[in-house]
Design a protein around this ligand. Sequence first.
Ligand code: NAP
Ligand code: GDD
Length: 342
Amino acid sequence: MTKRALITGITGQDGSYLAELLLQKGYEVHGLIRRASTFNTTRIDHLYVDAHNPDAKLFLHYGDLSDGARLVTLLAGIQPDEVYNLAAQSHVRVSFDEPEHTADTTGVGTVRLLEALRMSGVNARFYQASTSEMFGATPPPQGEDTPFYPRSPYGAAKVYSYWITKNYREAYGLFAVNGILFNHESPRRGETFVTRKITRAVAAIKAGKQNELYMGNLDAIRDWGYAAEYVEGMWRMLQVDEPEDFVLATGVGYTVKDFLQVAFDHAGLNWEDHVKFDDRYLRPTEVDALIGDPSKARAKLGWKTTVETPELARIMVDADIEILKNAGSHWVDSVDLDSWKN
Ligand code: NAP
Ligand code: GDD
């Protein structure tokens, strides 16, 4: 029997890699997408086959985590074996500007989806995209038993989602798990997260299209892995016998400054000649250091990373140099993007 999966957030970085992985594994994949006035499927366009084609395995459905009734109807119609809840307002800095919206989608959206599962009577395994951001102020190394101390509206909303997922597991016997993922990046990363902001700027500076890069706190430490490897971990969490929560991380931390250094070096540039400080990129409360302990995932899922942060930075710089070459006049400089998008 072909397995069927529903992915919320399929148009995002992780959703696109997960869809790719599940299609390779022979799944029929259904994705929830938001209606937008412009196309928002660029990350998955390469996977899409016209639905009239009998070989089509990827199906997209309009919906939103703010619309509970729609989620019930969709689940009842699709009857998935696995549900991956990746949808969220996922930008930490933006969550300070839009705390209520973030709570509604990143927090309450999860219980809408869990409740929709219960109401539709669909017996699917459920994955919740939990995050290292929940650890916040608790110092590293952080593992499955580390206490949470969120430092942003985003982190607080994700803590709610973590606990409601655990509650549905205990209260209703759902196979529901939290993947507590540390930062993971790729050439498909959103342009305003720090790694992609840096690698796009390196490409633009190298091409002579930009000279300055405005940044916030360069001392923050993150544990950056390669997104394509993390979606394999998500899938493995739903294949084990008992539902359990897992941390996915590389286990090694680097500062934002380290990332800048590797990325600029790779293009033969000196970051100190280009990077300027702008306090608009500071957060009212910062998460100073996130470094994960992935030993449980290694032992029980056989999952581990192979791409370390410096190699990841080089992969992303090479990809952005290539993207810029092909973009021509459609390239949007980081300076223009960041001055209002964070
Ligand atoms: P992303 O690129 O920002 O993608 C977020 C996805 O959620 C997009 O498809 C977006 O749709 C969708 N979405 C947003 N609000 C929605 C709503 N109200 N209803 C339906 N869909 C909505 O995020 P990502 O990096 O792939 O991360 C995936 C998930 O993992 C997120 O929940 C994130 O918080 C979590 N996470 C990420 C990391 C990381 O380092 N990447 C680490 C830990 C946890 P549009 O394309 O239409 O905007
Ligand atoms: N975005 C951004 N822009 N961050 C900057 C900048 C800047 O100009 N300058 C410094 N930083 C610092 C931030 O203050 C933060 O400490 C660090 O770079 C990483 O920022 P982001 O790349 O925006 O990611 P994040 O760690 O806040 O959140 C990401 O990872 C979480 C997992 O830990 C997101 O993907 C979240 O959705 C995810 O849950």
